[in-house]
Design a protein around this ligand. Structure first.
Ligand code: MRU
Length: 347
C-alpha cells in the first residue's frame, strides 16, 4: 500500500491533500503563497497538530520565497507570516513550535535566497523527523496494547494528521503490524467528523477493521467492558500534563476513569508546552457555528439557533494514565517526566 501523505512539497509549492473532500474525493491542492496556507489551515483542508506544524513550516518557506524588496525587511515579512500562521488555529502548539524553529534560522543569515534555502531545508527536516517520531511513538505505545484486546480512539490522529504514520492511530497501527489481535473502535467525532470521514478512511486503507460509534455512545460502550484502553492524540500538553485535544476527549477520559479503563495520550514532544503550568492557560479555538447548524451544506436548525462551538477541551492530568512520546512512556506525576522528555528529544 502506498503511504498516505497529507502534505507534500514539489516545484516550490506546498501540496495538501484536501481533507474537507475526504473520503469521497482524493484531491491535492497547490499552495504558492503563505496566505493560502493560512486559509487552508483555517478551513481545515489540513488539520491535526503535527500536520499543522509542518504546514506552517512550509508556509514560512513560501513567505521567504515570495519576498520582494518593495515589501521591506524580510524579517518583518516573516514575523507577520509567523503571526498569521500561529493565529490560524491557536490551540495546536505545534504551529508555534515549528514557526519558532524557522524564525531562529533567519537571524543567522541576511541574504534572502539563503534564507529561503535554509528554511526549506529545515521544513524538510521537520517533515522527515515527524515521521520518525511517530514511528517511535507507535513502538512505545504498542507495548501498552495487549494481544486480544480492544481499543477506542477519537478524532483522527493518523497519517492525515501528521507528516505520516500517525500518533495515537500510529500506536494502533504498530500493534496491528505486530500481529496483535486487536479490536478497534473509533468515534465519529462531531461536528467535523474527523473520525467518520478520516479515521475510517485511513483504517480501511490499512485493512484494519474498526467499529464506529457516535460520540455520545462512549458512555455505554465503556461501561459494557468491551474496551480495554482508550488512546487519543493531543493539541497541547501543559507542564502538569493537562491536555487539550478534540472536543469530547475530556468526556471520554472522565468516563474511562469512572469505568477504570486506562486512558492514554500519544503525542510528539513538540506538543508539550512547558511555558504554561496547567490546562487553564491553553487557548481554546472556537469554530464557526455553521459546522454545527449545517450538514454537508444543508441547514439543520432554525435560523434563530445560537451555537457555541469549541473545537477542543482540556482533559485534566489526573484522568490520564500515561503520555506516550517519541522518548518513551511518561507516567504520573507528569511535571518532571514531561520536562525530561523535552530535554531528551534534542529538539
Ligand atoms: O480539529 P483537528 O482535526 O485539527 O483536531 C485534531 C485533534 O484533535 C488531534 O487529536 C490532535 O491534533 C492530534 S493529531 C496527531
Amino acid at each position: 500500500m502506498a503511504e498516505i501523505r497529507a502534505i507534500k512539497w514539489a516545484n516550490n509549492r506546498l501540496i495538501l491533500l484536501d481533507q474537507t473532500k475526504l473520503p469521497t474525493q482524493e484531491i491535492y491542492t497547490e499552495i504558492d503563497h503563505y496566505s493560502k496556507a493560512v486559509t487552508a489551515i483555517k478551513e481545515m483542508r489540513v488539520r491535526g497538530a503535527p500536520a499543522l506544524g509542518i504546514t506552517a513550516a512550509y508556509g514560512m518557506v513560501l513567505a521567504a520565497m515570495n519576498w520582494c524588496p518593495d515589501q521591506g525587511d524580510i524579517n518583518d515579512v516573516l514575523t507577520q507570516a509567523a503571526l498569521d500562521l500561529i493565529g490560524a488555529r491557536p490551540t495546536a502548539v505545534n504551529v508555534a513550535w515549528a514557526v519558532k524553529r524557522m524564525q531562529a534560522l533567519v537571524h543567522t543569515t541576511i541574504n534572502p535566497i539563503e534564507v529561503s534555502n535554509q528554511l526549506l531545508n529545515e521544513a524538510n527536516r521537520l517533515f522527515c523527523k515527524d515521521i520518525e517520531t511517530n514511528k517511535l511513538i507507535g513502538g512505545h505505545g504498542s507495548t501498552l496494547i495487549e494481544n486480544n484486546s480492544s481499543v477506542l480512539t477519537h478524532c483522527n490522529t493518523g497519517a492525515l494528521a501528521t507528516a505520516g504514520y500517525g500518533t495515537a492511530l500510529g500506536v494502533i497501527r504498530r500493534a496491528w503490524e505486530q500481529k496483535k489481535n486487536i479490536q478497534v473502535f473509533h468515534t465519529e467525532t462531531r461536528p467535523f467528523l474527523q473520525g467518520a470521514r478520516l479515521t475510517a478512511w485511513e483504517l480501511a486503507k490499512l485493512n484494519i477493521p474498526t467499529t464506529m460509534i457516535i460520540d455520545s455512545a462512549v458512555g455505554i460502550l465503556l461501561r459494557t467492558g468491551k474496551v480495554d484502553c482508550v488512546i487519543t492524540g493531543a493539541d497541547r500538553i501543559a507542564a502538569n500534563g493537562d491536555t487539550a485535544n478534540k472536543i469530547g476527549t475530556y468526556t471520554l477520559a472522565a468516563v474511562a476513569a469512572e469505568n477504570k479503563i486506562p486512558f492514554y495520550i500519544a503525542a510528539p514532544t513538540s506538543t508539550i508546552d512547558l511555558t504554561i503550568p496547567s490546562g487553564n492557560a491553553i487557548p481554546i479555538e472556537e469554530r464557526p457555528s455553521e459546522e454545527i447548524t449545517h450538514l454537508a451544506g444543508t441547514e439543520l436548525t432554525p435560523k434563530e439557533t445560537h451555537v457555541w462551538n469549541p473545537s477542543f477541551d482540556v482533559t485534566p492530568h489526573y484522568h490520564i494514565s500515561a503520555i506516550i512520546t517519541e522518548t518513551g512512556i511518561i507516567r504520573p506525576p507528569y511535571i518532571e517526566g514531561l520536562a525530561q522528555a523535552v530535554i531528551n528529544s534534542n529538539e
